[in-house]
Write a protein that binds this ligand. Structure first.
Ligand SMILES: Nc1ncnc2c1ncn2[C@@H]1O[C@H](COP(=O)(O)OP(=O)(O)OP(=O)(O)O)[C@@H](O)[C@H]1O
Length: 370
């Protein structure tokens, strides 16, 4: 087990794409850490750089306090599990799991014993004699994990390990992976573009955009207080309402001409801001009220136990999540009431505005440093 320190990692591919643009991260020993971001933001490149499969143009990788930047993958003592599992189709489950031990020249009997023990821990004991083609997607994923675990690495690096599973199996595998990591307490870095998966699994998340870390924090921190509008729009199963506003004389924020309360912010009247509130943190009424944004109901989407209602108003589209059986506004016009304690304001540079009375959290401070 080991902590992982990344400092100023840079990588530009021959074609000129900058995949890593001075990435610095501290991942604690035993932490379950997610690298999250849209397609092409550099997640896989970062993971491969930690594994040693990709050489950085600059910066350093330290694992367990040791500088491994110049070491080949085999000498970094980390195990990587790929998206497609990369199992050998002609080998049995037992031989697949034992393969890295064979490479390490561990003897036959010990190899088989270790493979059986690890397979047992992952509920694969009855499948040791089968070949990958005779297994389900979830079972193949567990074999890939068992193969990575059998060598007892200092850290696991997982590249979208659940992406080949169907929605149901994915949920099961997610719970399984979380329990396994809790039990083993091994440092684990996993790549995902699925924010729900990152929020559910990780102790902490780094959100990447175009090769840069835009925020690091716990799932609660990145969900509740996104450090900038990029993270705000990326995190959350329904997109955050981001509305143009201007600070009024009394400190409220005018959105589409309507004054809305926004908590303490220390900004001067006339400053332009983005008024942000999640659809889950607004109420929807059928009659006007102070601090309520009017709009015409244009779309209603069923999400299961809730519904996502989109209204078009002066300030553009505004979304509200309402209970599945809450009545929709009669006549097609509704009023959206943001909960003031859940409102966030972002400045012209897209950064979160924090009132001087509320210091930024550790995650926000770290994001600002970079
Ligand atoms: N071998 C390569 N040669 C040139 N450019 C590459 C290479 N590998 C990746 N890139 C580019 O570098 C950027 C980062 O790619 P990377 O695979 O790390 O992103 P990612 O966040 O993992 O994306 P995805 O979620 O789609 O897998 C992308 O713009 C990609 O096109």
């Amino acid at each position: 087990m080991a902590a992982i320190e990344l400092a100023g990692l840079r990588k530009t591919y021959p074609g000129g794409v900058t995949a890593l643009d001075s990435v610095g991260l501290s991942i604690a020993d035993g932490e379950f850490f997610a690298l999250l971001g849209p397609s092409g933001c550099g997640k896989t490149t970062l993971l491969r750089t930690v594994a040693g499969l990709e050489a950085a143009d600059g910066g350093a990788v330290r694992i367990g306090g040791e500088d491994v930047t110049a070491l080949p993958p085999g000498r970094r003592d980390v195990a990587m599990v790929f998206q497609d599992y990369a199992l050998f189709p002609h080998m049995t489950v037992s031989d697949n799991i034992a393969y890295p031990l064979r490479i390490k020249k561990v003897g036959g009997a010990e190899r088989r014993a270790k493979a059986a023990e690890t397979a047992g821990a992952l509920g694969l004991g009855a499948l040791l004699g089968r070949r990958p083609g005779e297994l389900s997607g979830g079972q193949q994923q567990r074999v890939a994990l068992a193969r990575a675990m059998a060598v007892r690495p200092r850290a696991f690096l997982l590249d979208e390990p659940l992406s080949n599973l169907d929605a149901r199996l994915r949920l099961e595998a997610r719970t399984f992976l979380k329990r396994l990591q809790r039990e083993l307490r091994v440092t684990c870095v996993f790549v995902t573009h699925d924010q729900a998966e990152a929020l559910a699994l990780a102790d902490r998340i780094a959100v990447l955009e175009a090769g840069r870390v835009r925020q690091t924090g716990t799932p609660v921190e990145v969900f509740r207080r996104p450090a900038n509008t990029f993270v705000a729009s990326f995190i959350g199963s329904t997109p955050m309402n981001l509305l143009d506003g201007v600070v009024a004389e009394d400190g409220r924020v005018l959105v589409g001409g309507v004054p809305l309360p926004a908590g303490p912010h220390g900004l001067a009247a006339g400053e332009r801001v983005t008024f942000a509130v999640r659809p889950e943190y607004v109420g929807l009424r059928g009659t006007p009220a102070p601090g309520a944004l009017p709009g015409r109901v244009t779309v209603v989407e069923h999400l299961g136990s809730t519904r996502l209602v989109t209204l078009d108003g002066e300030a553009g589209p505004v979304r509200a999540v309402v209970d599945e059986d809450a009545p929709l506004p009669a006549g097609g016009t509704g009023w959206v009431v943001p909960r003031p304690e859940r409102v966030l304001l972002y400045g012209a540079d897209g950064g979160l505005i924090t009132a001087s009375s509320s210091p930024p959290s550790a995650g926000e401070a770290a994001a600002k440093d970079r």
